[in-house]
Design a protein around this ligand. Structure first.
Ligand code: HEM
Length: 464
């Protein structure tokens, strides 16, 4: 029993580090407990996340046991020896060293081998410049702000006609309709419905065990990827034909941007690069935007404040521009506070490409490095009274490196400005035109795979 209990610690701490020390390398692993063979600490992880529903206490319990040390603990999770990184300084150290800590997406072929999340180094930097110019820079944001508002306004209006609505579901629908519009000018209809269906399969393919056999989620995911790509490819080819026929029609959407932009050498993206990146932006942007918007509805209902309910309009026109909204200070504070509390991306994963030494401890090559960014946002050392929704906290300077909702380094979220903009526009229309209430203010929150109230934030909503 003793050996079983300490198996991983003995194996990784004693056996493999003795091998390393025989080569003259540093050997001490960060403090922590690595759990049972194969299973590691998976049960403890599930205990805090699924049963206690206090995910941050997982880290608190470790801090209590081992102290703060170097801001890292060793453990064994998801079948791999791992290091949990929980302090702003240690997080910064990892984010900055893109070569030693690389991003390895599971089942990356489902998203696409030339997508932003699958490539590294110079290829990544080149693709990233295309993607950010198409979705995240001021000119693109201006266009997108115009595209998304009509759907948001009509959706809000339609919600008031129902007795109660599940925020998560209705926001997901409007988010997807807007994605259809600004990705490839798809209007709601059969193509978009089909895309939605294939996307569900594609997503579960990314999360599945890679068994390419009919009947398994991975196989289905690859099939769904092919179907998703086929829909976008058909549209791409239509546009190429128009282009060859010298039609100068400008669609002003993501596909158009990716087709027309050039890098410094005047080269454009290949068709497969365009398609893979549309898929990867869909994967990265759809659920995250839905959840962020749902949490804004939730928090503003749960922690109402005078100002919250009137993130006030400075103008009477129906639409707001991206330049105007990004200057609305209170609205942007609500946006940042919502994303901090929502912790949509609770953990960011990296793998070490070599043995890395940090403050006298070693993280061996091939280990899983888990940047526990949700803990940065809920640690009272970083944010005063962290679990209360307080947009005004953003008036004071924050602890450096403590706000990492969008990750960091070369892999910082490529849609961070777009996500903030969409959320701000939605809040603007919601709070200036409607009042709403949570049906179950005490609904429990589930934390896996992403934090969400169990009832999907059911609300009643009326026009002001
Ligand atoms: C509130 C909403 C969002 C949150 C909290 C969020 C969070 C993140 C985080 C933490 C990362 C870094 C992952 C890593 O380092 O491994 C990331 C990457 C990324 N995000 Fe977001 N994201 C959001 C919305 C969006 C949106 C709306 C888009 C695009 C439409 C988007 C596109 C991307 C892309 C393409 C990457 C990969 C960047 C790269 O590898 O260079 N995200 N996001």
């Amino acid at each position: 029993m003793w050996l079983l209990w300490w198996w991983n610690d003995v194996w990784y701490g004693l056996v493999t580090s003795t091998l390393r020390s025989s080569k003259g390398d540093d050997t001490a692993l960060p403090p922590g407990y690595m759990g049972l063979p194969i299973i590691g600490e998976m049960f403890t992880f599930l205990w805090y996340f699924k049963f206690l529903r206090r995910p941050d206490d997982y880290i608190n319990s470790k801090r209590h046991k081992y102290g703060d040390g170097i801001g890292m603990f060793k453990t064994h999770l998801f079948g791999r020896p791992s290091v949990i990184v929980f302090s702003p300084t240690a997080t910064k150290f990892v984010f900055r060293d893109e070569e030693s800590f690389i991003l390895e997406w599971p089942n990356v072929e489902v998203v696409g081998k030339t997508s932003l999340v699958a490539v590294h180094g110079k290829t990544h930097a080149r693709l990233r410049s295309f993607v950010t110019r198409s979705i995240n820079q001021p000119e693109a944001l201006r266009t997108i702000a115009n595209i998304v508002q009509p759907r948001m306004i009509s959706a809000l209006d339609s919600w008031t006609k129902r007795r109660t609505i599940t925020s998560y579901k209705v926001i997901k629908k409007v988010t997807f309709e807007n994605i259809g519009l600004f990705f490839a000018s798809f209007k709601p209809g059969p193509t978009l419905d089909m895309l939605g269906e294939h996307f569900v399969g594609l997503l579960s393919g990314i999360r599945s065990y890679p068994l390419n056999i009919p009947g398994f989620a991975y196989y289905h995911g690859l099939q769904c990827r092919e179907k998703t790509v086929a829909i976008f490819r058909e549209e791409l080819e239509k546009r190429r034909n128009k282009f060859e026929n010298k039609s100068n029609e400008c669609m002003n959407d993501l596909m158009d941007g990716l087709m027309k932009l050039e890098d410094e050498e005047g080269t454009r993206l290949s068709d497969i690069e365009i398609l893979d990146n549309i898929v990867s932006i869909l994967v990265a942007g759809y659920e995250s935007t839905t959840l962020a918007t749902m949490w804004a509805v939730y928090y503003l209902a749960k922690f109402p404040k005078e100002e919250n309910m009137s993130l006030k309009s400075i103008k009477n026109e129906q639409f707001v521009t991206s330049d105007e909204i990004l200057k609305m200070k209170y609205t942007m504070k609500v946006v940042d506070e919502t994303i901090r509390m929502a912790n949509i991306a609770p953990i960011v994963f990296r793998t070490t490409t070599k043995d890395v030494t940090y403050k006298g401890y070693t993280i061996p090559k091939g280990w899983n490095v888990m940047l526990w960014i949700r803990y940065l946002h809920t640690d009272p050392d970083n944010f005063n009274d962290p679990l209360s929704f307080n947009p005004d906290r953003w008036d004071a300077p924050m602890v450096p490196g403590a706000y990492q909702v969008f990750g960091g380094g070369m892999r910082t979220c490529a849609g961070n400005m777009l996500a903030r903009l969409q959320l701000a526009i939605f809040l603007y229309h919601l709070s200036t035109g409607y009042k709403w209430k949570l049906v179950n203010p005490d609904a429990k929150v589930k934390y896996l795979s992403h934090p969400k109230p169990e009832d999907g934030a059911e609300i009643t909503i009326q026009k002001l």
